[in-house]
Design a protein around this ligand. Sequence first.
Ligand SMILES: Cc1cc2nc3c(=O)[nH]c(=O)nc-3n(C[C@H](O)[C@H](O)[C@H](O)COP(=O)(O)OP(=O)(O)OC[C@H]3O[C@@H](n4cnc5c(N)ncnc54)[C@H](O)[C@@H]3O)c2cc1C
Length: 356
Amino acid sequence: MRHGALQKVHILGGGVAGLACAYYLKQKSPHIKTIVYEAAPHAGGRAFSRYDKEWDMELDNATHGILGANREVRRFYRGRENVCLIPFYDFAEQKLSYNPLRFVRHILLSVFNTAAEKIDRHCLWTIAAALFPYTPLQTRLFYSCNNLTPDLVDSFLPFVDELKTGWRVKRAEGKDKIEKLVFNQGEITVGSDEKIISALDSRAYHKIFGGEVFEYNRIVNVFYHVSTRLWLPGEKGVLGLVNAQADWAFVNKNTLAVTISNFQGKIGNKEEFARRIWLEINALRNRTPFFLPAYRVRDYKFATIAQDEKNNAKRPRNCRTEYANMMLAGDWTLKNYPCCLNGAVLSARRAVKAVL
Ligand SMILES: Cc1cc2nc3c(=O)[nH]c(=O)nc-3n(C[C@H](O)[C@H](O)[C@H](O)COP(=O)(O)OP(=O)(O)OC[C@H]3O[C@@H](n4cnc5c(N)ncnc54)[C@H](O)[C@@H]3O)c2cc1C
């Protein structure tokens, strides 16, 4: 297609990948109309924050970490909280350590949400190369502090001409080209000067367009809200937890967020679950808690695809689809790359390049 002839791009899915597509399209040509169709009532997909009425504060759906080397997403992320040398507390040894090399498996588990020994070797190479030369600038960890929507999602909105929330795409019609998209709220005809980018998660994509089925890994986050300012050993906002039930703890004033990557257990009763983790965290603070504070358990059974050899082999080779007028974006579409915010943004840049 001749440059400049493209009038409109229909973006399916308003997660970070879909929103980033709008940004890259506007960079290429401000005249292209960008329309994002999102099934949920808000944008952000798997990364957003929302006002919690009871706690009277904005709360992330899940704490997100961004590495210094994740330059593509850092261009959009306005949050400042970061740590250079992450402290780790090993429950087996009952001591604090600042040596990340001792905890490489722990770090890999969180980066890939997959047990270290199962991670696809191409994915491992990608991250090893991305972090080179392993300076603090590269390995520094930025982490969200209940600010994902204002500090990340909102950065993309000026580039979205129309954000249609509550619009769930149900099916597409057309043979080599998609001619019609059918949503729960109506239908649209795709003109010859228009294109589509699917930035759906892999499960939604499979349901509508077919293709591979991926295995997913789970992530559980527990948030606690207390009336006083919290602290963690190491006196930083982040603490890696080794040989423990939880993997990471993040403090933000009077909120504590705990992350469990690749969760394999059973949650059962949420209160009991939250209490078990709270007792563990307090044990390392040498505190005996008298009560369980207000808590939220956020359980993502489909947090990311498992990034093992089997799943990575199934990921698309490029962003083209069987339809000439539709490209692919989304964290799962970038073969050999971790399923993360940076991958979502990079996949959007690739899809836009192909669409023009
Ligand atoms: C608990 C948790 C913790 C995480 N931690 C980190 C982290 O620390 N660091 C990191 O970099 N990444 C992390 N991730 C991964 C990161 O959130 C994702 O990689 C990223 O958000 C993926 O963006 P995406 O746009 O590709 O997909 P999604 O965010 O899944 O976007 C897809 C969008 O499509 C929409 N959709 C689905 N079906 C339809 C339909 N039929 N019609 C219209 N819209 C539809 C969905 O509602 C969604 O908004 C975490 C994810 C989870 C769940």
